[in-house]
Design a binder for this molecule. Structure first.
Ligand SMILES: NC(=O)c1ccc[n+]([C@@H]2O[C@H](COP(=O)([O-])OP(=O)(O)OC[C@H]3O[C@@H](n4cnc5c(N)ncnc54)[C@H](O)[C@@H]3O)[C@@H](O)[C@H]2O)c1
Length: 250
């Protein structure tokens, strides 16, 4: 696959478990990354792990994606500096409890981070992509959308919204050379997994369900992201790619 040299990519939640490794790989492939995250500790870790000769390609912005005004101010500045070639809508929160225990405010917060921020990021990047007749949008969804998971109603709802947007945007933006695809990770051992009370039992259950008998790692997600960003994937749009070791199959 071709290099990503010169590609300017907006990446939300880039300092997280899957984002950290993927960001390092995208930097290595020559991309410039505008990384938005609100976790200062993780941001500092990402900066520390970035090789010195790649640091000029990394623009780290500490911002709360649920703070609409702060996000829009950040995005306006980023696109004023230079157009964006790609957006990876990756940041997510995943509170877990029975449906009846979620307040309206809980639902609103999940929607703000997991969906509304993706709307804002995509809207900000679109004019530049249209002007150059090339663009890539990748929405990170989840196996929970196809597997039927309990206690995750707002999260699963938000991933359903992202899948719907993937298809609607793919249809609407294709005429401008912009592809829009979704990646649905299976179970990866990141912070997202710490919501499970019995780690060993959970690990055994995951391996039992998967066809591939090893745990997924961030490099598996990075590879699929690099594929959708490539010129070679330019005829694929509106697709949802399951990266789950052959757990759910559709
Ligand atoms: N890890 C898994 O097993 C798994 C499974 C299915 C789907 N996914 C999806 O993959 C994506 C990445 O997940 P991950 O495992 O890296 O999770 P993670 O929690 O490690 O990373 C999410 C990142 O988003 C950031 N974030 C959260 N709220 C934010 C806010 N308000 N403002 C700014 N940044 C915010 C966090 O700081 C974090 O760095 C998510 O969309 C998640 O739903 C992960």
């Amino acid at each position: 696959m071709g290099s990503l040299t010169g590609r300017r990519i907006l990446y939300t939640g880039a300092a997280g478990g899957l984002g950290h490794q993927t960001t390092l790989e995208l930097l290595e492939a020559g991309a410039e990354i505008c990384a938005l995250d609100h976790d200062l500790h993780k941001i500092e870790q990402l900066l520390a792990d970035t090789p010195a000769d790649r640091r000029s390609q990394l623009h780290l912005v500490e911002v709360d994606l649920a703070d609409r005004l702060a996000l829009e101010t950040t995005l306006a500045k980023l696109v004023a500096d230079a157009p964006l070639d790609a957006v990876i809508n990756n940041a997510a929160v995943y509170p877990a409890r029975p449906f009846e225990e979620f307040s309206n405010a809980d639902h609103d917060h999940v929607h703000a981070v997991n969906v509304a921020a993706a709307l804002a990021c995509t809207k900000a990047a679109l004019p530049g992509m249209r002007a150059q007749g090339w663009g890539r949008i990748i929405n990170i969804t989840s196996i929970t959308l196809t597997g039927g998971w309990e206690n995750l109603a707002p999260y699963v709802q938000s991933k359903g919204a992202l899948l719907g947007l993937t298809r609607a945007w793919a249809r609407e933006f294709g005429k401008w050379g912009i592809t829009v695809n979704a990646i649905a990770p299976g179970a990866f051992p990141t912070d997202a997994e710490k919501i499970h009370p019995d780690p060993e039992g959970y690990n055994a259950m995951v391996l039992d369900r998967q066809s591939i008998k090893r745990r997924g790692h961030a490099g598996d997600i990075a590879a699929s992201i690099k594929f959708f960003l490539s010129d070679e994937a330019g005829f694929i749009t509106g697709h949802s790619l399951a990266v789950n070791g052959g757990w759910t199959m559709h």
